[in-house]
Design a protein around this ligand. Sequence first.
Ligand code: NDP
Ligand code: 2IT
Length: 448
Amino acid sequence: MSIKNEYLQGLMDRVIARNPAEPEFHQAVREVLASLSPVVEARPEFIKEGVMDCLVEPERIIKFRVPWEDEKGNVHVNRGFRVQFNSAIGPYKGGLRFHPSVYEGIIKFLGFEQIFKNSLTGLPIGGGKGGSDFDPKGKTDLEVMRFCQSFMTELFKYIGPDTDVPAGDIGVGGREIGYLFGQYKRLRNEFTGVLTGKGLTYGGSLARTEATGYGLCYFTSCMLKDAGRSFEGSTVVISGSGNVAIYACEKAAQFGAKVVAMSDSGGYIYDKNGVDLALIKRLKEVERKRISAYVETHPEAEYHAGCSGVWRIPCDIAMPCATQNELDLDSAKALIANGCFAVAEGANMPSTPEAVDALQAAGILFAPAKAANAGGVATSALEMSQNSMRFYWTFEEVDEHLKKIMTDLYHNASSAAERYGAPGDLVAGANIAGFLKVGESMLAYGVV
Ligand code: NDP
Ligand code: 2IT
């Protein structure tokens, strides 16, 4: 993944110098700038008018202290972040991640990718992301509530339904969104669609919970269909067992695939009969247990500690749905050697650049995250529409919109790749198509 254009290579060098020790951010920027070389050569005004320099600099970064008290009376101090990266085409939009690995570089990489993903949905949403190094694991509901209230007591100053609309991501699901929304409503004394992923009783959209995983499968189906393949009768390996992984598993199974493995940060389960998704849902969504508990009721399945071994299980389609850089070059080589024909990214940036290069060089169909997992944020935007209308669609109506959005997105990315000399390369296609709408808007605004 090299940056062919000289100006963009210089810009990349400046990004590294100005944002030291943020390797994930560098990685995300490098991939986009590499894809955009042919675009700036055809349209030099993007460089001349300063669009490229503005694109890699967040409009605003908010960083704050989040103190809270646990049930034993100990005070903890976490860090909160919100990166408002780009509002050229709509209010900042993107999730909140609560995980001990969170620091500014992670939020910047996620916020940067969100710009292009949100543009690809075709809906009017800008790019943002936030989160905290708070670890919800092992905390009581009361402790999570206290943390969320403290986090929102600072964040509420900077967000709003027409300004910035956060949602969930790793470690932030329905429970956290409830506490965050309740505190926002109390502080502002207003009931607006300031967060998405809300509960159905207080303004949430049907099908938002399922949207990222379902959307991933809709996108993947389009990609498979173009190559004369389908989910039907295929063997699938999915990493993760959170929101994205669970609903990717559900839809892949509905499409006739057999999902044989899932994982969490401790290890993975391999069930050659096909995973029992009802059990995974109970363990993860209700009981908040480790995936190792799966084999207690399914002794015929295997549990292995450690995450990366999941990619050594023979499969036709691999769907990484856990976290960034979880699929490395060795994993890619194992997938290729075992006859895998498609990799579809549910998580954000789950494959390392070396893995992406190896998979594409081997002719594996590759669906990049910003395109393939855009169904979640697209449905968040549909939640915003419903909140504004004060009227709600049925599950089937939202699901139909989602299907159409993912189908259009696939064709948009695929034709952009072709137009700019990289037919079949959905990484390039998604980056180019996502950029063009944002870049044209930035040109229209002048230097702002
Ligand atoms: P969840 O918190 O629901 O689930 C995360 C899953 O990934 C868990 O199984 C978790 O295991 C595992 N995981 C998290 N961190 C690591 C790690 N460092 N190493 C190994 N496994 C890990 O999050 P989501 O399902 O919402 O998010 C998963 C991915 O999808 C993320 O990359 C997110 O950014 C992306 N995404 C999410 C969208 C959404 O709508 N929720 C939309 C688009 C993308 P454990 O429980 O052990 O920590
Ligand atoms: O990475 C993502 O697109 C998300 N976590 C969902 C963001 C959203 O606003 O729904």
